[in-house]
Design a protein around this ligand. Sequence first.
Ligand SMILES: [Zn+2]
Length: 216
Amino acid sequence: VTAVVHAAWTAAGSWAPDPDPTLLRPGTCARCGEQPAELARVTAAISKLFTAFDGWHDPTRPGLCHPCAWAYRDPTLRRHAHLVTTTPNLVQLTAASLADELSAGPIASDTALIVPLRPGRKHLLPEARWGAVTTDSATIPWTSADSTRLAAMTRLRDDGFGTRMLRQPAPAWQVLHTRPTEHWSRILADWAQLDAWRHRPPWLDLGLHATTPSRP
Ligand SMILES: [Zn+2]
């Protein structure tokens, strides 16, 4: 199976650095272990402060293949949610299309999602896996039960509950009392649906991010 990074790189047009005397040739990619004819220097792709070498094939090697180098260099990958498929395809997601993807059911085994929660902070694509969602804190599976919980959270947002309130174990009275009493049992049922996420911060944070009303 093609790696997520390589599929995304192919879909994005197979970026390569300009010919440059510092390119190494040939060699072994420090991150993925492939042995291309030409590699870029690791130091050209990542900053001196980079520490996320977990999972690298051999961090002592000096070069990265072009797909791996691109995965660290492309700034839009760090700023916006993206969907990658094995097709290969790479799609930048708007807030609305991210919510649609997560509402539609489990993430398929030929699909990977990356969702920066604090845009620009972390490199997510290198952590991505097929059939999973990668956020700043973790790479997690996403099931149809999670889609159902997301729908409950969306209804609660429509009721007027904000992000801080949705983290709490019970609905805030200041909003609940503004809702018609015939809605209360549905609100409490929706709230109970989110209990499964309250002890799983990566899911809760992703749900809160995906349901945040977009600013005008
Ligand atoms: Zn590589």
